[in-house]
Design a protein around this ligand. Structure first.
Ligand code: FAD
Length: 406
C-alpha cells in the first residue's frame, strides 16, 4: 500500500491537536492532522489566559477571539464549606497587574469549529478525518494505519489524542493515573444580574463550583460533585436545576435560567512517566490531566504546543530525533509538574476533613488576601511560569527607579 509521508503527524482533533496543526503549519512543517471532525457537542467553555490568547492571535485567531470571547476581569475564590476553619475570600483583579483582563472565556464547540476551519485552510495541513487504528514506531519514522485504510508516515508524531492516548501507549509511556471520585457537571445559564466580568469559584467539600462569564448576560458553570451525587443533579429538569444553581451561587447573579442540558465529565489525574519516546511527543491531555481548578488544562496544552514547535524548529532536519524529544521533555516537565501538583493539592485540601489541611489552606488564602505583592505574584505565575518572578523583579526595579527620582 502507498504511504503518504509528512514531517509531522498530529493525532487528535481536540483543541490542543487543532492548535498544534496551526502552529506546525505556520512554522513551515508539512503536517498531517488525523482525527474525527472536531466536536460540536462539547458543552464546556474554556477560560483562555492572556499569554495563550496572544499565542492564538499569532496563529490568526484574533478576530474570532475578539468576537466570541468574554473578558475575565476579576477572579474570586469563596470558601463555601461549613468547616471549622474557613478561608477568607480572595479577589484577584486583572487591573492590579495592569491588564484589562486575565483572558477570555469561550465556548469549546465554537472554538473547536473555528480552529478546524483555520487548520484545513492551511495549504501544508493534510486533514484525515479518521482515527489512527494502529501505530508502528520505527527507528527513523513512525507509520500510522488509519481506520479508513490510509497509511501515513512521519518523523515526528504529536500525540494529542486525549487522556487514554493510543499513541502514548504505542510509545511505551506509562502514566500514573487515578480517578478523583469527582464528576464535573457542566452547563450554561442566563441570569438577571450582570456578571461584570467576574468569575467566582466557590470551594465546597466536594470540589469547586465555578461560574465563568459569557456574553449576553450568561455564564457557564462547572459544578464539581462527588461522583455518587452526579446522577441526582443530571436527572433534574431545567427549572429544578436552576433553583439548585441559584442557591449554590447564593443568588449572587439574581434569577437563573438554565440554557443547556447538563453534561457530566468524570474527573481524574494523570501524569506520564516521560513526555516523549520513540518519535512520539505527548501534548494536551495525553500528557497531563487534572481537575478543572484555576483554568490550567488547555492553557498548559497551548504551552506544550509552543515548546514542541520551538524544539522541532531547532531540530529541523529531524524533529523526531531523540535529542529533540529530550529537549522537549526538559522544557515541559517542571511546568506540568508544578501545575499538576498545585491543582491536585488544592483539590485534596478541599476534600479532606483534616484540620491541618484546612489550616494550611486558610493560611495561604489569608496571606493572598492581605498581601498584594503575593497576590500579584500568583496572578502572574498563574498565567505563565516564570512570569511571577519576572514581575517581582520589574516591580522592585520600578520601585527603585521611583525611589531614585524622589
Ligand atoms: C469541566 C472541565 C472544564 C475545563 N475548563 C478549562 C478551562 O476553563 N481552561 C483550561 O485551560 N482548561 C480547562 N479544562 C481542561 C481542557 O478542557 C482540556 O485540557 C482540553 O480539552 C484538552 O484537550 P485535548 O485536545 O488535549 O484533548 P481532547 O479534547 O480529549 O481531544 C482528544 C482528541 O483525540 C481524538 N482521538 C482519540 N483517539 C484517537 C485516535 N486513535 N486517532 C485520532 N484521534 C484520536 C479524540 O477524538 C479527540 O478529538 C477543563 C476540563 C474540564 C473537564
Amino acid at each position: 500500500m502507498e504511504q503518504s509521508e509528512h514531517e509531522v503527524l498530529i493525532a487528535g482533533t481536540g483543541p490542543v491537536g487543532l492548535i498544534a496543526a496551526l502552529a506546525f503549519a505556520d512554522a513551515g512543517f508539512r503536517t498531517a492532522l488525523v482525527g474525527p471532525k472536531a466536536s460540536a457537542s462539547d458543552g464546556r467553555t474554556t477560560a483562555i489566559m492572556e499569554p495563550a490568547v496572544r499565542h492564538l492571535e499569532s496563529l490568526g485567531m484574533g478576530p474570532f477571539l475578539e468576537e466570541h470571547g468574554e473578558p475575565l476581569k476579576t477572579m474570586r475564590i469563596v470558601d463555601a464549606t461549613s468547616r471549622l476553619v474557613r478561608s477568607p475570600t480572595v479577589t484577584f483583579r486583572a487591573a492590579e497587574i495592569d491588564l484589562p483582563a486575565f483572558g477570555l472565556n469561550i465556548a469549546n464547540s465554537e472554538l473547536n469549529a473555528a480552529l478546524e476551519t483555520a487548520a484545513v485552510a492551511r495549504p501544508n495541513v493534510a486533514r484525515h478525518e479518521a482515527l489512527v487504528e494502529r501505530w508502528h514506531p520505527r527507528e527513523d519514522r513512525v507509520a500510522a494505519r488509519l481506520a479508513n485504510g490510509s497509511e501515513l508516515v512521519a518523523r515526528l508524531v504529536v500525540a494529542a489524542d486525549g487522556r487514554s492516548s493510543p499513541a502514548r501507549i504505542a510509545a511505551g509511556i506509562e502514566v500514573d493515573a487515578r480517578p478523583t471520585g469527582q464528576t464535573a457537571i457542566v452547563l450554561t445559564f442566563s441570569h438577571t444580574r450582570p456578571h461584570s466580568g467576574i468569575s467566582t469559584e466557590f470551594h465546597t467539600e466536594s470540589g469547586p463550583v465555578t461560574q465563568v462569564p459569557l456574553g449576553g448576560g450568561r455564564s457557564s458553570l462547572v459544578w464539581v460533585v462527588k461522583s455518587q451525587d452526579a446522577s441526582e443533579l443530571l436527572a433534574l429538569d431545567r427549572t429544578a436545576l436552576a433553583t439548585r444553581v441559584e442557591r449554590r451561587m447564593r443568588s449572587m447573579l439574581g434569577r437563573v435560567t438554565v440554557e443547556t442540558d447538563p453534561q457530566a465529565y468524570p474527573l481524574s489525574t494523570s501524569q506520564p512517566r516521560r513526555y516523549a519516546d520513540r518519535r512520539i511527543a505527548l501534548i494536551g491531555e495525553a500528557a497531563h490531566v487534572f481537575p478543572p481548578i484555576g483554568a490550567q488544562g488547555l492553557n498548559l496544552g497551548i504551552r506544550d504546543v509552543e515548546s514542541l514547535v520551538a524544539v522541532a524548529s531547532r531540530h529541523r532536519a529531524d524533529p523526531g530525533a531523540s535529542a529533540a524529544l529530550s529537549d522537549y521533555e526538559i522544557r515541559r516537565r517542571p511546568d506540568v509538574a508544578m501545575r499538576a501538583n498545585a491543582v491536585n493539592l488544592l483539590n485534596r485540601s478541599l476534600l479532606s476533613d483534616l484540620l491541618p489541611a484546612q489550616l494550611a489552606r486558610s493560611t495561604v488564602f489569608e496571606a493572598l488576601r492581605a498581601f498584594s505583592p503575593m497576590r500579584a505574584f500568583f496572578m502572574h505565575e498563574g498565567m505563565r511560569p516564570g512570569n511571577g518572578l519576572r514581575s517581582m523583579f520589574s516591580f522592585k526595579t520600578k520601585d527603585r527607579r521611583a525611589g531614585d527620582r524622589t
